[in-house]
Design a protein around this ligand. Structure first.
Ligand code: PMT
Length: 225
């Protein structure tokens, strides 16, 4: 780790899974623990960046030397927080697992089951694709997306790289227990436009975070030259 590789860069990191409430006691969520995003935020700060962490995980210890932490719950809140900081950011890293659908209606009192009821149908609506919107509005920002896949990892990740107009797509396999969601380790493949894929083998999320940030720092310095 090189301490000043991201000196004074404004870095925005999202972490954790969004929760889309159905009623006061239930929500639609996912298994993201926030560990990958927190590792990236902490390492970026150690490399000299001014880091804002947007997190769905208030119970996690905040890494040292962050500029700011903003807690959100839903995809809409996460979108609002990212949008308010996007213009000032040099690097945006979307490690959060964002819900693609949310309940069509929020019911303000706990939904009760009826006597004899055996089924229930939930209607869901699409949430905004935050990363795709950032890709469309991109100016100077270096934009990083993640792809969490259980099958056909590289094919799905390649589609996301192009469709979301990101500079770097971090593809991770979330079908195994020793990596991805909740694990302390990860193994990822980095996809960049017009570059061969680069595999980063199984290592702690801190090591993976450092490797990702070093690639970003290299890309930023070649842009500045
Ligand atoms: O949190 P951990 O337990 O440490 O696990 C880490 C992780 C597996 C969650 C992380 O490494 C990861 O893969 N995060 C992205 C999960 C995800 O939402 O993947 P996706 O393939 O559904 O989305 C692709 C990209 O678009 C992501 O950067 C996501 O933030 C973004 N997105 C997705 C949907 C949406 N509505 N808006 C978005 O911006």
């Amino acid at each position: 780790l090189t301490p000043n590789r991201l000196q004074d860069k404004v870095v925005l990191v999202t972490a954790g899974g969004t929760q889309e409430p159905l009623d006061p006691v239930r929500y639609i969520g996912n298994r993201s623990s926030g560990k990958m995003g927190y590792a990236i935020a902490g390492m970026a700060a150690q490399m000299g960046a001014k880091v804002t962490l947007i997190s769905t995980r208030p119970e996690l210890a905040v890494p040292a030397n962050l500029a700011q932490v903003i807690y959100v719950r839903t995809a809409a809140e996460l979108q609002g927080a990212v949008a308010s900081l996007y213009n000032e950011a040099d690097v945006v890293i979307m490690a959060a697992a964002v819900a693609d659908f949310k309940p069509a209606q929020y019911v303000s009192q706990k939904i009760k089951k009826q006597v004899g009821q055996t089924d229930m149908t939930l209607e869901l609506n699409r949430t905004p694709d935050i990363l795709a919107t950032l890709g469309q509005e991109k100016k100077k920002q270096y934009l990083v997306g993640f792809a969490a896949e259980t099958n056909d990892l590289m094919a799905h990740a390649q589609v996301k790289l192009t469709a979301k107009q990101v500079d770097l797509l971090v593809a991770n396999d979330v079908s195994q227990t020793d990596r991805g969601f909740g694990a302390d380790q990860n193994a990822v493949t980095l996809l960049r436009p017009n570059q061969a894929p680069e595999a980063l083998p199984l290592a702690s999320k801190k090591v993976i975070a450092t490797q990702i940030l070093e690639r970003i720092s290299t890309a930023l310095s070649s842009k500045e030259e």
